[in-house]
Write a new protein. Structure first.
Length: 407
């Protein structure tokens, strides 16, 4: 007996006419595996979408890797940048210097109220190479045409100050960082708003102000740069580049993920937990195969007895009914995966499900990755094989003589 014969018999059992009870059980088994696979694949794609889009949103604001000068010091970035480009040329594609300072701001028309802000001094020509802030600014070319006495402020801050593009505001900076704002003599710098930035993160939109690095160097010193932002060629290079940077003395280095460790861990944990829960649901759905095979074996007991009498070994008889369950599970799993892929495409093209402001994204995200769907397919088929092995044990217990005599 060849394997092709077992496959032929399995196909005939599936396609031949049988009792209405078995047909109903086949439909129930197909529907349960279809629904389980569909929900497992779609929810996995949605959870992957949440993780991907949240990472994308946060990474658009921060560089992939960040180098910081120890507190109270600055970076000699003119020498550090060539050194890093030489030693990390296979991992790092771009490097941009910047600084972060606390400052105050108020409209030029009044001295009150004064708002505390985070002033980020950037090199306009390099900042767009390590972050995506340029794409969040209105007008679009505001960063590329950044002037010396111009700034870009967050959307919520602009609404609070009741200012817009081309309006004048006053920055109040503490020239002596050893003193706090209360005791320091503040320097007032009149500036013009060149653009409005919308990051979608309230903390940034309420306090962020971008200024040219040249302006910050006139307020403080030429060596006021305290940070370097690094863009990686590939995400997989992060750990290797970070490990190298941590070995360098006199600097602190970390990933953008270190700003949101709880969020990054929670997103990954939610994806795994959701996959495990839906996997249990799919396992329950696969249990219907047990009932179906019990019914098939009972219905085809005469055929089993004849095949035994003709000398077919037990493992090949088991293989026939295993093929029956695999044909059903494969058809149901592929149908579920196909419908999940179509549903994912529709959700991507027509994002009609809106999310509350608690999330960093506005609509339900879906990320379709073929390897995730392949994992789902393998898992469903593996569960189907495991559950199929349970009823096959009764084939050995069938009495050939009694079966043939009674039939």
């Amino acid at each position: 007996m060849s394997i092709s014969l077992t496959q032929l018999l399995a196909w005939r059992y599936v396609t031949s006419r049988c009792s209405s009870t078995i047909r109903t059980m086949v439909s129930v088994c197909f529907a349960s595996i279809f629904i389980g696979t569909f929900s497992l694949a779609l929810i996995t794609a949605i959870m992957r979408g949440f993780e991907y889009e949240t990472h994308k949103k946060l990474q658009s604001i921060y560089p992939c890797l960040i180098i910081k000068a120890p507190d109270g010091t600055t970076l000699n970035y003119q020498k550090l940048i060539p050194y890093l480009k030489k030693n990390l040329s296979d991992s790092v594609s771009e490097i941009s210097p910047y600084l972060l300072k606390q400052a105050l701001i108020h409209p030029a028309t009044t001295d009150e109220p004064t708002h505390l802000i985070t002033l980020k001094g950037i090199d306009p020509s390099k900042e767009s190479q390590v972050t995506a802030l340029e794409k969040m600014i209105i007008p679009e070319k505001a960063l590329s045409s950044f002037g010396l006495n111009q700034i870009i402020i967050g959307k919520n801050l602009a609404e609070t100050l009741e200012v817009t593009v081309a309006d004048h505001v006053v920055l109040m900076c503490n020239e002596n960082e050893d003193e706090n704002f209360k005791d320091a003599s503040l320097r007032s710098i009149p500036v013009t708003i060149a653009g409005i930035i919308t990051t979608g993160i309230s903390d940034y939109d309420e306090r962020l102000v971008l200024a040219p690095l040249t302006l910050c160097q006139t307020i403080w010193t030429q060596d006021c740069v305290t940070y370097l932002g690094l863009r990686l060629k590939l995400p997989k290079d992060e750990q290797r580049a970070l490990a190298y940077l941590k070995k360098l003395e006199g600097i602190e280095s970390y990933s953008w993920k270190d700003f949101y460790p709880s969020l990054v861990s929670a997103l990954k944990l939610e994806r795994y937990v959701m996959f495990a829960l839906l996997l249990l649901i799919t396992l329950v759905a696969s249990m219907n195969i047990i009932s179906l095979l019990f019914m098939y074996i009972t219905y085809k007991r005469t055929d089993i007895a004849l095949l035994k009498m003709l000398g077919m070994p037990f493992w090949q008889i088991n293989l026939i009914f295993l093929f029956v369950s695999m044909l059903l599970a494969t058809a149901a799993a592929l149908s579920g995966l196909g419908c999940a892929w179509i549903a994912g495409i529709l959700l991507q093209r027509y994002p009609f499900i809106q999310l509350p402001d608690a999330y960093y994204i506005s609509h339900l995200p879906v990320t379709l990755e073929s390897h995730l769907f392949l994992v789902v397919f393998i898992v469903v088929i593996a569960l189907s094989i495991i559950t199929s092995l349970i009823p096959l044990r009764i084939i050995k217990k069938l009495n050939i003589t009694h079966t043939l005599r009674s039939e």
